[in-house]
Design a protein around this ligand. Structure first.
Ligand SMILES: Nc1nc2c(c(=O)[nH]1)N[C@H]1C(S)=C(S)[C@@H](COP(=O)(O)O)O[C@H]1N2
Ligand SMILES: [Mo]
Length: 413
């Protein structure tokens, strides 16, 4: 199927423009900076943003028409987008040969609901910190503390027994087939986790609050290690399938939907212009993908130097190490006193992270540059993953996660 013509690109969908030139004349990613106190001094980079993005500052995708955030409470109830009315149907794919002992469907009066979810949550609730990123957006959507129960706890209630290779799942979509957004996963990803890997969850809380409709609530799937397209919002249907292909809507739009999260670095706050003779404070954000994060680097060169077509991955500039910020104890994100509510899976019982930077999290980084003469400079940054491989390698292709090198320009004098 071709991408339908009414389908705007991911970049057009984002409601608020993500990269803005702020009133301070600096390149800013507003959602990550909203928590940082703003200052007009040259020490722009001295305050770090919240590690967790406040809920109202997550960027939103408005693919649904009309958008879910505009629906009245009554309408939300009628659509099953309220905790009192939400239902999840779990069945075999019609026409397929998957064998399920106990389909959880509305027709059988057996659909899974909020009360059953909460009963399971008493025993099985887990939390983890994870960045949400769209495949085709250079900057993350937000960094969240997600809570839910492992999806497998619910799938087993349906007594699946044979001919199952994948699950397919989708959410509420105005009952308009053109708006249906289906994703799929290999059944193994749901049933079993390698030690230390995070489970696929039915997610009902973000940053300690019930998941709001605009963030995919009351229940969305959250698939750790994947880009956002696997984390279907307003989840209402799961099918077991013996199919072996990713039938995802997002794949039909020409995306690589099986791509694990990539490691990459971005500038967060960078003045466009600084007086001659002053240093340049640089604040950046790194996204920690499947292969971890060893370090972040930056280069500065006169803007007049032409880019080298023989060096598309910018390996030749004089790269220097930046400094990665250590773990915080004030996580922000609207949590009371910035404290994590209960111990997330990636943390020791005493509350420290088991590793830093957190895999599938973000890390802030800083550098301070000085310039010999006035002029316009090109500045770039990149991440080196824990295997020692520099961004955008080892996976430089588009449509599998944007990790192109972030370039910017700074005028001195
Ligand atoms: N139901 C539904 N879920 C969806 C989508 C969608 O269009 N419909 N888009 C996906 C994509 S491509 C991304 S990147 C994330 C974005 O999550 P957000 O809207 O919470 O930022 O949602 C995913 N889940
Ligand atoms: Mo996306």
């Amino acid at each position: 199927m071709k991408p339908s013509p009414h389908q705007p690109s991911d970049r057009q969908l984002i409601r608020r423009s993500f990269l803005k030139i702020s009133a301070l004349g600096c390149l800013c990613i507003p959602n990550f900076l909203a928590g940082a106190s703003q200052t007009k001094s040259p020490e722009l980079a001295s305050n770090l943003p919240d590690y967790l993005t406040p809920i109202d500052q997550f960027n939103e995708f408005d693919r649904e028409k009309p958008p879910v955030r505009q629906l009245s409470e009554d309408r939300l109830r009628a659509c099953g987008l309220h905790r009192d009315t939400w239902q999840l149907e779990i069945a075999a794919e019609p026409g397929g040969d998957s064998q399920i002992g106990k389909p959880l469907t509305q027709a059988l009066g057996a659909a899974f609901n909020w009360q059953r979810l909460m009963d399971l949550a008493d025993q099985h609730a887990v939390r983890f910190l994870h960045v949400l990123t769209c495949t085709n957006m250079p900057d993350p959507i937000g960094m969240g503390l997600w809570e839910g129960i492992p999806l497998r706890e619910v799938l087993w209630l349906a007594k699946p027994s044979a001919n199952i290779r994948r699950i397919q799942y989708w959410g509420w979509h105005h009952e308009d087939p053109k708006q249906k957004f289906v994703s799929s996963l290999p059944i193994a990803r749901v049933l079993e986790d390698p030690p230390g890997e995070l489970p696929v969850i039915l997610c009902y809380k973000l940053n300690g609050q019930w998941l709001a409709p605009k963030n995919g609530g009351p229940v969305r799937l959250f698939v750790p290690g994947a880009y956002g397209n696997k984390s279907v919002k307003w989840l209402q249907h799961v099918h077991f399938s013996s199919g072996y292909q990713a039938i995802d809507t997002y794949a039909q739009w020409k995306n690589d939907v099986e791509s694990p999260l990539k490691t990459q670095a971005r500038f967060l706050k960078l003045p466009k212009k600084i007086p001659a003779g002053t240093g340049l404070p640089i604040l950046g954000l790194a996204q920690v993908g499947m292969s971890g994060l060893l370090k972040v680097q930056y280069f500065i060169q006169p803007a007049g130097i032409p880019s080298d077509p023989q060096d598309p991955y910018w390996t030749k500039p004089d790269w220097r190490d930046a400094q990665i910020e250590p773990a915080t104890t004030q996580w922000g994100g609207g949590l009371p006193e910035g404290k994590l509510p209960e111990v997330p899976l990636q943390f020791h019982p005493q509350g420290q992270p088991k590793q830093w930077p957190l895999k599938y999290g973000i890390a802030f980084w800083r550098a301070s540059a000085s310039f010999p003469t006035a002029g316009t400079y090109r500045i770039g940054c990149r991440a080196i993953d824990a295997n020692g491989i520099a961004q955008p390698l080892p996976r430089p292709f588009a449509r599998s996660g944007d990790n192109s090198i972030h370039l910017a320009s700074v005028t001195v004098g």
